[in-house]
Design a protein around this ligand. Structure first.
Ligand code: SUG
Length: 447
């Protein structure tokens, strides 16, 4: 039976805005308080999804979450009608308020970690929604994310869903942004590669000093246990703390893997030789390509500014790979010339395709942040909710849906407008019908 990598992209939500919420994420802080354009953001994302679909890749999507999150504000003591809750919170606790308005669920690389059935002992696809414990605005995502995953992958013969890891810094888990998988063929047992930023229970080990390490070793190990992975085909590596301190807040900002390729910056990991030996040992005898980007050609700063490594690395129908890169990579001469040269070399990477996802990039989210990879075999694809798969029809109806419900300009002062909450809920209610999701949002089942 054939298996495929299906990219589940996050749909940019109606409250997409720039609030400067993510310390350690350079773009998030430097664009704080700029006006955003949710309509343009959603359309840029849809264009990328459609382009990958048109390339013959399997493409699907995950819906945005309900924001502003009035239910979280109520848990924090704000009372009255929804409009009163919004206005009191915006006035009395503006930083908390903007956090519950973030459309951060668009970065579905952080939604969960997924292990394909070929890698797990019980031969089910395992999902663990990420607790995103390090940032308050992201830590409130997982309950609804879990509900959405359970609704889309709703067949216990094929899919196993785990609760997010316990909240708190010790088990900080950022999902697939720190996880990649290597394999000869998507349907064969692969090597699962987990990258963590620090040890939570041993502070004698190296750790960043300026910016937070969002993923712990202990969290990565817990995911591997829950997903019943084969220890011989599981590799753990520590991210270089120095690059975290330069703004590399997730591993997918400094390396990306697919098939038999790891495309990485020279400074990405600690103890690189040992890590690569472990990957080789776990991978077996077939050819494997460690494609290095030397610091002499592309600095860490260039990588953070252009998001070169937050590209998607995808396998095309002819077996070659393409890099799906953000527009910023073309605008930087060093990165552009590196890419021009790369595709002439002896690696499977033969094409570079550029997409404009600027609305997301200004919050530190490139093409790879916007997608969750789920490897599924033909039976598992059939067992998945069919309505979330991209098609010409779905592309057209989602564009119409965006045109109908989204604003083209949002500033902080607009977030407490009760009308924005109504617009957002109306849009999401319609979306759950369009995608046949059932009631997944609190406004649909809480009184
Ligand atoms: O968690 N930005 C996100 C970006 C996530 C990128 N994901 C991956 N690298 N996989 C974050 O830092 C900024 C929101 C704001 O500032 O308004 C934000 O949440």
């Amino acid at each position: 039976m054939k298996s495929y990598e299906v990219n589940f992209d996050g749909l940019v939500g109606p409250t997409h805005n720039y609030a400067g919420l993510s310390v350690g994420n350079v773009a998030s802080l430097s664009n704080a308080a700029q006006a955003s354009n949710p309509k343009e953001g959603a359309k840029q994302g849809l264009q990328k999804m459609k382009a990958l679909h048109d390339m013959g890749l399997k493409q699907a999507l995950l819906p945005p979450l309900e924001r502003p999150d009035v239910f979280t504000l109520r848990k924090l003591g704000f009372t009255g009608s929804d409009a009163e809750v919004l206005q009191k919170a915006a006035k009395q606790a503006p930083q908390v308020f903007v956090a519950v308005c973030s459309a951060s669920s668009m970065w579905t690389a952080n939604a969960c970690t997924v292990s394909p059935s070929a890698d797990t002992q019980d031969k089910k696809v395992h999902f663990t929604a990420a607790n995103l414990a390090n940032k308050f605005h992201r830590s409130i995502e997982s309950p609804t994310t879990s509900r959405i995953l359970a609704s889309i992958f709703n067949d216990e013969h094929h899919f196993s869903h785990h609760e997010p890891l316990p909240l708190g810094d010790h088990f900080g888990d950022e999902g697939a942004a720190n996880h990649t998988r290597f394999c000869d063929d998507y349907g064969q047992a692969g090597v699962e590669f987990f990258v963590y930023g620090k040890y939570a229970f041993d502070n004698t080990k190296p750790a960043p000093t300026k910016f937070p390490a969002r993923q712990t070793f202990e969290a990565s190990q817990a995911i591997a246990r829950l997903h019943q992975l084969n220890p011989e085909k599981t590799v753990f590596a520590q991210q270089n703390p120095e690059v975290i301190d330069q703004g590399v807040f997730h591993n997918d900002v400094i390396s990306v893997g697919n098939g038999n390729v790891l495309f990485y910056h020279e400074d990405a990991f600690l103890n690189t030789d040992e890590v690569f030996n472990n990957i080789r040992k776990a991978y077996g005898d077939n050819p494997f390509y460690f494609v290095k980007v030397p610091r002499s050609q592309v600095s860490v700063d260039d990588a953070v500014r252009t998001y070169l490594f937050n590209s998607q690395l995808v396998t095309l129908g002819d077996g070659n790979m393409a890099i799906i890169a953000p527009g910023e990579c073309e605008e930087n001469t060093r990165v552009k010339s590196f890419l021009d040269e790369l595709i002439t070399q002896d690696t499977p990477i033969k094409q570079v395709k550029i997409y404009d996802v600027k609305q997301s990039m200004r919050n530190g989210g490139g093409p790879a942040c916007l997608r969750q990879r789920v490897v599924l075999n033909e039976q598992e694809i059939i067992a998945t909710n069919q309505k979330v798969f991209m098609s010409d029809e779905l592309f057209a109806s989602l564009n119409q849906w965006v045109d109908k419900h989204y604003r083209d300009r949002l500033e902080e002062k607009d977030l407490s407008d009760p009308q924005l909450l109504t617009e957002s809920r109306t849009a999401l209610d319609e979306l759950t019908q369009l995608l046949n999701l059932g009631s997944v949002y609190p406004f649909q089942f809480e009184s």
